[in-house]
Design a binder for this molecule. Structure first.
Ligand code: AMX
Length: 435
């Protein structure tokens, strides 16, 4: 049976040829004009990055290596008795573009379990963090500290040939993903006083172990949720803040721990990954203000008051998407299957029927529809994981899959240092003075 690393080694020469052919045929073609507005406008729509794991269509949403979320749910191997895809299989797909066998997925579960332990000094580092330090800051600290044992950093110091970069980067990426459950679990238990961390079970899959480290694995439904959660949060093409940061920092040949630590700091922003925390905070605040089972009118008024207060409605809108996020839909379907008439789920549904209309009337947001974060917190909360400040950590565990897959390919294909050109407003004014 072929391992993931062996498969990557086979694919590298093929991929190098593909890139060579595309560059030879299209290398000097323009992708379209660059507008000055795009420089001021957060580079929206600017084609600027190569990202192989997934591509985002504004109308249709994400496709992982060409496959939609329902297609992935159908095609990827599952746990015994489970119906959601195993994220191990998704990682294989993101890296190779191929659907793995059950045996290959099981081998990844075992490999990650064997790599899961974190150094003692990282455990101590986390244990010394005050519980008031946001879980995302703790997460980023710990991931950055894993750079202590980076294979790539060591190999680079020893003068590794650039053609060989991908090998130690692959090992680092595998270590990174494998160690995240122990980091996340330790943060959760430290901050929320949930007792001692159990050991990793090498006979179980990644999501079971993560859920067990958090203390919830006795309920098979939340383990299934975690498999779906990691799968759909893993990757969202390359331009979002966390993915792009990981790629950018990796391009300086910073090792995957440094690159992903930086990515996590971007994910921790409220307009990006922290939105899953913000959504639940906002929903609970609304419930407190207008009561449970509030009327549509009361919800509508509350949404307006958020906008009038100069705040965003968290979980709605997107920089690229222009329709309901299929990641939202996948979670809604899971909730319909498992959550019954949970009051918060009902509220999420009610909000879904009201917010888009209000945002359209307000006339500013280019996309009035919900994104992934509008739904995830309610699911976790239903199963007892109610500490919303922790939610973005789970997003971070998932996002490592997509960033790691691209870091492997960037180093395998010799991606150069990223260094776009910047301009001052004065320079722009001068350039276009007489044009
Ligand atoms: N509530 C209120 N106003 C919103 C809004 C929302 N949900 N979404 C967009 N707007 C506003 C913007 O703030 C902006 O206002 P401004 O002109 O006064 O600055 C205007 O509408 C135009 O913005 P846009 O082009 O539609 O969006 P964008 O590409 O600049 O930003 C995003 C995208 C996601 C940051 C924005 O929609 C937003 O702030 N949403 C709420 C936060 C959120 O859910 N983030 C998570 C996104 C998914 C993720 O990364 N995890």
């Amino acid at each position: 049976q072929t391992t993931l690393k062996e498969r990557v080694a086979e694919l590298i020469p093929v991929e190098l040829e593909k890139v060579k052919a595309v560059r030879a045929e299209h290398g000097s073609k323009a992708f379209g004009p660059v507008l000055v507005d795009q420089l001021y406008g957060g580079m929206r729509g600017l084609p600027a990055l190569i990202w192989d794991g997934s591509v985002l269509d504004a109308e249709e949403g994400i496709r992982f290596r060409g496959k939609t979320i329902p297609e992935i749910q159908d095609a990827l191997p599952k746990a015994p008795g489970g119906s959601e895809p195993l994220p191990e299989g998704l990682f294989w797909l993101l890296v190779t573009g191929e659907i793995p066998t059950q045996e290959q997925v099981d081998a990844l579960s075992k490999d990650w379990a064997a790599r899961a332990a974190i150094p003692e000094f990282v455990e101590e580092l986390l244990d010394r963090c005050p519980p008031t330090l946001h879980p995302m800051s703790q997460f980023s600290l710990a991931v950055t500290a894993l750079n202590h044992d980076s294979n790539f950093a060591k190999a680079y110091q020893q003068g590794i040939n650039k053609k060989e970069y991908w090998g130690p980067v692959f090992e680092d990426c595998m270590d990174l993903i494998a160690k995240l459950p122990n980091i996340a679990g330790r943060i959760y238990r430290n901050v929320y006083g949930r007792g001692k961390l159990p050991a990793i079970d090498p006979t179980k899959d990644y999501s079971w172990n993560l859920t067990n480290l958090l203390g919830f694995a006795e309920n098979p439904a939340i383990v299934e949720l975690m498999r779906l959660y990691i799968t759909i949060h893993s990757d969202h093409e390359g331009g979002n803040v966390s993915a792009h940061t990981g790629k950018l920092v990796g391009s300086a040949l910073s090792d995957p721990f440094l690159a992903f630590g930086a990515a996590l700091n971007g994910l921790a922003g409220p307009l990006h990954g922290l939105a899953n925390q913000e959504v639940l905070t906002w929903l609970l605040k609304m419930q407190k203000a207008i009561g449970e089972n509030a009327s549509d009118e009361a919800v509508r008024e509350y949404v307006w008051s958020t906008l009038k207060g100069g705040q965003v409605v968290p979980g709605y809108g997107h920089a690229v998407l222009r329709k309901t996020d299929p990641r939202y839909t996948a979670q809604r379907e899971f909730a319909l299957k498992h959550l019954g008439d949970d009051p918060l789920f009902k509220l999420v549904g009610q909000v879904y029927s009201i917010v888009p209309d209000v945002l359209l009337q307000a006339g500013k947001a280019k996309n009035p529809w919900p994104n992934v974060d509008a739904h995830s917190g309610v699911l976790l909360n239903y199963y007892g994981l109610s500490e919303m400040q922790f939610y973005t950590v789970l997003f971070g565990v998932s996002r490592a899959f997509g960033v790691a897959a691209q870091l492997i390919w960037d180093r395998a294909l010799g991606a150069p240092l990223e260094r776009p050109k910047s301009y001052s407003t004065e320079a722009i004014a001068k350039i276009f003075k007489n044009k």
